[in-house]
Design a protein around this ligand. Structure first.
Ligand SMILES: Cc1cc2nc3c(=O)[nH]c(=O)nc-3n(C[C@H](O)[C@H](O)[C@H](O)COP(=O)(O)OP(=O)(O)OC[C@H]3O[C@@H](n4cnc5c(N)ncnc54)[C@H](O)[C@@H]3O)c2cc1C
Length: 105
């Protein structure tokens, strides 16, 4: 909720009880939850019990040859832009080396 200029509160609903109430506040941080959007890769890629794709430690390799993972899809610890970018770089290099080893680039 707002007054046209700033946030004045939030109207919330409890998904389990459907109970609604209002919280008076002057700022809001949106939390989107911690369920990784990886179902599309199930059952091919190995995942942990929470849906995070499992990579070989210290690399972006998955259980399938030539498939690499990076970012929040595989990271339940840090989940930060900078770590996602770093593992993205690892995955890009791993993919490039994979293709090169097969003479595909
Ligand atoms: C509210 C909030 C605040 C944050 N604040 C910070 C911060 O201050 N500092 C920080 O370092 N990190 C912050 N983060 C975390 C950071 O945003 C993530 O760690 C980072 O974006 C992860 O990058 P990613 O590329 O792994 O995933 P994402 O950025 O989530 O990218 C995944 C992409 O895949 C797309 N996608 C999903 N499913 C499909 C599909 N089936 N087909 C095609 N495309 C698909 C999505 O649309 C999305 O574009 C914040 C996150 C949130 C939600």
């Amino acid at each position: 909720m707002g007054d046209g200029n700033v946030v004045t509160g939030a109207r919330v609903v409890n998904n389990k009880t459907q109970e609604k109430h209002e919280i008076s506040c002057t700022g809001v941080f949106i939390a989107i939850g911690h369920t990784p959007n990886t179902k599309v890769f199930n059952p091919w890629l190995s995942m942990d019990e929470n849906g995070y794709i499992v990579n070989n430690p210290g690399s972006s390799k998955t259980n399938i040859d030539g498939v690499f993972v990076s970012g929040d899809a595989a990271d339940h610890v840090y989940r930060q832009a900078v770590t996602a970018a770093g593992t993205g770089c690892m995955a890009a290099l791993d993919a490039e080396r994979y293709l090169a080893a097969k003479g595909l680039h």
